[in-house]
Structures are given as C-alpha cells and as structure tokens.
Design a protein. Sequence first.
Length: 377
Amino acid sequence: MRLVLATEKLVVQGRSFAGFPLLISAGKPVEPAQTFLWELLTRSGRRQSKLTWEKYGRSLFDFFAFCEANGADWRAEATGGLPSTIDWYRDWAKGEVKNTARTINQRLGLVVRLYEWALKKGLISRLPFDYTEVWSGRPPGFLAHVANNKVQRPDVLLREDQQPPEFLTREQVQLCLADLTNETHYQMFALMVRTGLRQVECRTFPLKYVFDPARRKDLVRGQFIRLALKPRDMKLKFDRPRDIDVPYSLMEDLWWYSIRHRPKRARMSDSRGLSLFLTEKGLQYGQTSLTDIFERLEQRLGFRVRSHMARHCYATYTLMSLRRSNYEGDPLLYIRDRLGHKNLASTSVYLHLINQLASELILKHEAELEELFAPKK
C-alpha cells in the first residue's frame, strides 16, 4: 500500500488537484478511504490547504496500512471479547509504536469521521464505538451540539493529560549545534530555533528572502530584521501569510551560506530550486527529510530531539525574554503573530509553561539564545 500526492495532471472540471492524497494498493485506489477523502476535502465548502490534504491522507494511510498488514477488516466490530479493528489499531499505535495520546487521537478523529460517513452511506450497519458525554472546557462554538457545556465524545479516543510543549534546553541546543557538522543541517536547525519556523516552512524557505544585511544602511548589527512570509513563495500552514523577525547575525550566516555552500549543491542538479536549502544532490528537501535528520540526531545524542521542539524552544525563550524585558507590547500577542497561530489559546500554552518552570531554571535560561549564536571569534 502506498500514499502518493497527485501532480498537476489531476484535473477535475478544469481545476487542478495537485497535492491531493491518493491511497493505492495493488495498483487500485483503497476504498472507501479514497472516496471519503474526496468528498471530505473537495465538497466540504471550506478551503483546505494542501498541508491539510496531506495530513488527512497520512492519517487514513496509517489506519488502512495497518489493516492491510494485519489482515484486518476495517468494518469488523467487537465480538466474542475481541476488540474491533479501530480498537486494535489504537492499542497498536499506543503499545507498539509508542505514539502519544494526542497523535493517536488526531488520527482516530479522522477515522471516526470515516466510520460516521460510512454509516450514512450504508457501508456499515453500526458504528464500532459508542459515545460518552463529557464536560467541555471550551465555550461552545457556532451551532455546536452541546448541552450545559457537555459534548459527545467517541469512547475509542484516549484520555489526553495536559502536557506542556516539549522544548530543548540551552545545553541541548548547544549539543545539537556541535553535532551538526553538515553546514546545511546546521543552518536549518538554527533557522527553526531562532525564528520558530515549522519544518515544512524551513525546507521551503526561499533563497530570495536572504540578503547581505551589511549592504542595508537602515540596519545595524544586533537588531531584528522583519521578513514577510508569503504562501506564493513557500509552504505556509493554511496558506496564511505572516511576519517573522530574523536576528541580524542569523541573516549574515544565511547570506554566507547562500553564496559559499548552496552553489556547490545547486551544481549537482539541473533543477532550478528556489529554496535556500538543497540536498547533497541539489534537490529540494522532501516531506520527511527533516524528520529523518532529527531522528538521526536524536540517536547520536541520546535525548529526544524533534523539529517541533525547535519551534517550541523559540517560543519559550522569546516569551520568557520579552516578559523580563521592557517590551512595551503584549509578549503573548507577539509570539502568536510570529508563530502564525490563529487564536491566542494555542499560544497560551507557552505562558503556562514558563509560569511552571522553577525560578532557578528561568534564571538559567535568561541569557536566551543570542549569546549562543554570537559571531564566532
């Protein structure tokens, strides 16, 4: 079984569906998953980003690939004391794969919607799970089906304990930098830690955004450089443009990388990549490339390292620094806008995190990352 993303050749009624997830097994589409995805992503009336397409595709691929590998029928219900297929998949993801409850629930959420859709279509006679009534900690949204702030929750989902965001300590960042002898990997890591870019944003970061700050008379060493990220130039979540602030010293490093190291890689391929970072073969980094880089880094260093931890690292240290400085604005709003969060609730988790940190840990990290990335003597 394979998951492939459609090219621009997939055209329906004059519209290109490049990037649409295709689930294929033995040369045929995996049904009913493919039909469900098509109806969900093209007929919902909402404009979905291609990143959402891929995420949904990978969630269903994970479930149906599990079914295929284990000879399981996705329609099987719990009988004779045996778990249903969706229960089996959940327990496998938790016990063998060691996925977090949040990751499992995110994937199960889409699988639950598949079953609900299949019930309406008459593909199954009943759902392989029940619903339980739970209290919602959030106010009901528009047309939300809640009573007394209670919601119906599929009982197949796992309980999620509120966990603070994972981030790297200053010492761990130092160890990562020391280990990353590959200059491209070093600069990608630095860009994510110091600006809060997601990994997909990092690997598609445009070459044209980089310049020599010394040639700009309006810039002085030590200041931040505001860059406007645009979806037409790079991949952004929900195609939502936003601004980031790049430290002067980081822009210097990226500029020197672009003229000293990138050309060597660009000559290895005939393709004219527009991204700043290229692989050793001169190609743009693929969808799982950074995940693989971080996993190998984790194996070498012996502690957990993930790309999202670099983003959390930026948010945690920057928020901490702004709160302890004379910053005149609202630090939380600043972090929200730099990270590209849609609402403040998503950003508030960092505020809870630093409030929970012991005072000695706050003092330990107060120097932040500017010292770490100071120009080398």
